[in-house]
Write a protein that binds this ligand. Structure first.
Ligand SMILES: [Fe+2]
Ligand SMILES: [Fe+2]
Length: 332
């Protein structure tokens, strides 16, 4: 009886303490201060960030595959060098992001295991195939372009390590976008066949690129809370509109047609209004039924297995160095 009363008092004081911590946490967010790894944070904030940052990291890593596919077939040495650099950048983005997620108390092994076992999501866009060289142009122009739209506001996200990782990532993404657009420009100024190849790639990538911003606001489960915690700064629909407004004039400059019969410029609002997105296709791709889901996961699993010896060697090397350092200290 006595213990029970004591426990109740304990729980009561813990609740008061938590309310206090929560108030301090929210005041910090309101004041636009960053939350750092050692700061107290609500469990749901931590979980949301782990989910978002790791999905982002997985997308960078899986995103290396469709483009890696074209490194050996790039049309010139200059194109090949730029593509290798870009794919390598994406690997680096994955690295910064896994490291940022690790500051939230989750290990990289755990995150990779979630990806390889199919429990974690990555961006739906990387489940589409890269059929021609123009697809590499379209990915840089549209996919990296959409990524920039999404990620620039994340440079001001409330979690410090994530915001800092995004600053560096965004600088590299803008190079990716430019190299993609330059490929498109070259194709569109080339032969009729090259221009047709560029148009065909745009036809296939346009709608999946719009889906990259996620479900419409009305159907987005995480948006409201994430906006309140300043993890997210703009809604999916707002970012999608911003992307369309920026991209339509770029397509016109290329002399290409956006594959949307409903696309029209709305003078009153100054926005490009676009047709309905096929959300059923989006759901299918997320559910694992996109054109390349199986192939992408197989490639990741194979890379993980084939890289096992590298991880083992690195661990053995680190253990040897630690032992040597310990022996040196002992001898002093
Ligand atoms: Fe990236
Ligand atoms: Fe990129």
């Amino acid at each position: 009886m006595y213990t029970q009363a004591l426990n109740q008092a304990d729980t009561g004081s813990k609740l008061v303490e938590d309310a206090d911590k929560l108030a301090r946490f929210e005041a910090k967010i309101d004041a636009e201060e960053r939350i750092e790894p050692n700061d107290w944070m609500p469990e749901a904030y931590r979980r949301t960030l782990v989910r978002q940052i790791s999905q982002h990291a997985h997308s960078e890593i899986v995103g290396m595959l469709p483009e890696g596919n074209w490194i050996t077939r790039a049309p010139t040495l200059r194109r090949k060098a730029a593509l290798i650099a870009k794919v390598q950048d994406e690997g680096g983005h994955g690295l910064y992001l896994y490291a940022a997620a690790e500051t939230l108390g989750v290990s990289r092994e755990e995150l990779i295991d979630q990806l390889l076992s199919g429990r974690a999501k990555y961006s739906s866009i990387f489940n589409y195939p890269t059929l021609t060289w123009a697809d590499i142009g379209c990915i840089g122009w549209l996919v990296d372009g959409a990524a920039i739209m999404n990620q620039i506001p994340l440079c001001r996200t409330s979690y410090g390590p994530y915001a800092r990782a995004m600053i560096r990532i965004c600088k590299e993404e803008s190079f990716h976008q430019r190299q993609g657009y330059e490929i498109m420009l070259t194709l569109c100024r080339g032969s009729a066949e090259q221009k047709a190849m560029a148009q065909d790639a745009l036809n296939r990538w346009w709608w999946p690129a719009l889906m990259m911003f996620g479900p419409p606001d009305a159907a987005s489960v995480h948006t409201e809370q994430s906006m309140r915690w300043k993890i997210k700064r703009f809604t999916n629909d707002a970012l999608r509109q911003q992307f369309v407004d920026a991209t339509v004039p770029q397509a016109h400059f290329l002399g290409l047609t956006i594959p949307d019969p409903d696309l029209r410029y709305d003078e009153a609002s100054g926005h490009w209004r676009f047709g309905a997105i096929d959300w059923e296709e989006f759901r299918q791709v997320l559910a694992g039924n996109g054109p390349c889901n199986r192939e992408r996961m197989e490639a990741r699993r194979r890379a993980h297995e084939e890289g096992a010896w590298v991880r083992e060697a690195a661990l053995a090397h680190a253990a040897k160095r630690r032992a040597r350092a310990a022996a040196k200290i002992a001898a002093e």
